[in-house]
Design a protein around this ligand. Structure first.
Ligand SMILES: *[C@@H]1O[C@H](CO)[C@@H](O)[C@H](O)[C@H]1NC(C)=O
Ligand SMILES: *[C@@H]1O[C@H](CO)[C@@H](O)[C@H](O)[C@H]1NC(C)=O
Ligand SMILES: *[C@@H]1O[C@H](CO)[C@@H](O)[C@H](O)[C@H]1NC(C)=O
Ligand SMILES: *[C@@H]1O[C@H](CO)[C@@H](O)[C@H](O)[C@H]1NC(C)=O
Length: 171
């Protein structure tokens, strides 16, 4: 892991993640974009492909890792607004990264970055939240460590490492 960007933020982040994982009652933490975090996508289908490979359910949390002031998140209520990257009717706006959004309702949700032309360049995420709740875990982490027993025991530490490395790329 990069050590250059200050131990304080790393420590803070680790503490936050450890408490999040320890205190989570139910649901899966989905780290949006996995290791890339929330940024201008490498291609226009990156976040679409990320979403397609997972089941997202009620009670789950979306974790957006991004740098405040460079990126943000806006939520729009319809597919039309999402497809058109239109900020005509924003239902939620988040601008202090990292942002964790708990999904409390089933059905489609539409998010994109409202900065510049980031949405047009593919920094946009559509999901369909399923009504069936899933067991608590940190996704992407499970995928990256093959979900073995050791990984489960060291979940908070591993989650912190994963997030910290994603975070250091952003800063
Ligand atoms: C988009 O980028 C991701 C990550 O670099 C890659 O895995 C994926 O194949 C790319 N998709 C397309 C359609 O180029
Ligand atoms: C999503 O859920 C379905 C039905 O429970 C399951 O068959 C599938 O493997 C799951 N996909 C992923 C990526 O977890
Ligand atoms: C904006 O979105 C809200 C929530 O879905 C909806 O009730 C309202 O009708 C929308 N307004 C416009 C002008 O699209
Ligand atoms: C979301 O999933 C539900 C249940 O699987 C399905 O009935 C609905 O059509 C889906 N909505 C969208 C927009 O894909």
């Amino acid at each position: 892991m990069a050590r250059s960007k200050g131990h304080l933020s790393l420590l803070l982040l680790s503490a936050v993640v450890a408490s999040l994982v320890a205190g989570s009652s139910a649901g899966i933490y989905h780290i949006v974009g996995a290791g890339k975090g929330w940024r201008i996508a490498p291609n226009r289908t990156y976040y679409e492909e990320w979403a397609r490979t997972r089941n997202i359910s009620i009670g789950d949390k979306l974790m957006f890792l991004y740098r405040s002031g460079v990126y943000n998140i806006v939520e729009v209520p319809s597919k039309d607004l999402f497809v058109g990257c239109s900020m005509r009717n924003i239902t939620n706006r988040y601008q202090n990264g990292p942002t964790i959004i708990e999904l409390t309702q089933p059905g489609p949700r539409y998010y994109f970055c409202g900065v510049g032309k980031h949405c047009e360049e593919g920094q946009k995420l559509a999901i369909n939240v399923s009504a069936v709740a899933q067991q608590s875990r940190v996704d992407d982490l499970a995928a990256s460590s093959a979900g073995d027993a050791t990984a489960a025991r060291h979940l908070p530490g591993l989650a912190a490492c994963l997030l910290a490395s994603a975070w250091s790329q952003l800063m």
